[in-house]
Design a binder for this molecule. Structure first.
Ligand code: ATP
Ligand code: MG
Length: 341
């Protein structure tokens, strides 16, 4: 058993502590994390350094969100005994590896990154920091530090994992084989729309249904959701594609027959938004009920949350120190380290 445990492949993935988690995180990422906890040795990173990129003005939010993210992870059933919950800034090797890898990475890789491009475009000019521009580089280091084999993420993160592969291959070619080639695993819903109809539900945009929202909040958010702007009355034929209410039904309503019937009636103009939304409120609340319950239970036990974070971070630090020793040795920047350590 022990030998089998040691040969497990590793997962590294993470979330920025820029707010509590939402249902998009669940279908885009967390669902896969939950499923793979036994098969892989998992490192789940709370990327607080990375959050500074566009939230350096709001460190209070980052501090609060570190705990929120940990609570949400526990609430959905991630298990800190089997998997390591890691706070990025407690493992300073993340910063060191980011810097070392940045020297072998061509600027063009960042300039061409489509996710980075669109995120920078939507940031006000005064928030466009060098650190933000460099965040995909830090994500490369996050993945390579524990030498992960697999990165389960939503599809907005796929370009960063692709960049990781390119940097790892270049490093291995230039120096010696230190890093595995990590694979990408995209979630069941690669990119869930926002409640405002935007292509992505995202903490920073505020167009979210949080995993911890209470039933009344879910109802309020769903009832005021964007639907089909071309439809003026319930008897007009409506559009199901691109309509977030139906995307959410597909993602969270286990009653597929009901969803199919709503779609047919919506297209024919024989059902109103209100009826479709009411059924969605019910489905979402049923899905969220057990998550909310577990969240409240962990919220009442802050010591347990802290221990989970400290224990996982301690495990990650051991692994990080080992990778950095090998990385420095491969790059031959270790002239005196044998007498120094
Ligand atoms: P921010 O707006 O602060 O960037 P975010 O909501 O994008 O927050 P992240 O911490 O950047 O959340 O992303 C964490 C993980 O969740 C990533 O794997 C990302 O791909 C996934 N994810 C985030 N939003 C969605 C979404 N709407 N649909 C599917 N996956 C998502
Ligand atoms: Mg994001």
């Amino acid at each position: 058993m022990a030998a089998a445990a040691q040969t497990k492949k590793r997962i590294l993935t993470g979330i920025r502590p820029t707010g509590a988690l939402h249902v998009g995180h669940y279908v885009g990422a967390l669902e896969n994390w939950l499923r793979l906890q036994d098969q892989y040795e998992c490192y789940f990173l709370i990327a607080d350094y990375q959050a500074l990129g566009d939230h350096f003005h709001d460190i209070d939010l980052i501090r609060k969100s570190v705990t929120d993210v940990a609570l949400d992870w526990l609430a959905v059933g991630l298990d800190p005994q089997r998997s390591s919950f890691v706070i990025q800034s407690y493992v300073p090797e993340h910063a060191e590896l980011t810097m070392l890898l940045s020297f072998i990475t061509p600027l063009g890789m960042l300039e061409r990154n489509p996710t980075l491009k669109s995120e920078i475009d939507s940031l006000p000019v005064e928030r466009r920091s060098v650190g933000f521009f460099n965040y995909p580089m830090s994500q490369v280091a996050d993945i390579l530090l524990p030498r992960a084999h697999l990165v389960p993420v939503g599809d907005d993160q796929a370009p960063h994992v692709e960049m990781t592969r390119e940097v790892a291959r270049k490093f291995n070619r230039m120096f010696r084989e230190v890093f595995p080639d990590p694979g990408t695993l995209i979630g069941r819903v690669p990119r869930l729309r926002g409640t405002d109809g935007a292509p992505k539900m995202s903490k920073s945009r505020g167009n979210v249904i949080e995993l911890g929202d209470d039933a009344a909040t879910v109802k309020r958010k769903v009832m005021s959701m964007y639907t089909d702007p071309t439809r003026l009355k319930p008897t007009d034929p409506g559009h199901v594609e691109g309509n977030p209410v139906f995307d959410y039904h597909d993602a969270f309503n286990p009653n597929k027959a009901q969803v199919d019937e709503f779609k047919a009636r919506y297209r024919a103009g024989t059902v109103g938004d209100v009826e479709v939304k009411r059924a969605l409120v019910e489905a979402l609340n049923q899905f969220l009920d057990p998550i909310r319950e577990r969240r409240a239970a962990f919220q009442a036990r802050p010591k347990l949350v802290e221990e989970a974070l400290m224990e996982g971070t301690r495990r990650a630090r051991l692994l990080a120190a080992e990778t950095m020793r090998e990385t420095r040795a491969a790059m031959r920047i270790d002239t005196y380290t044998s007498t120094w350590n």
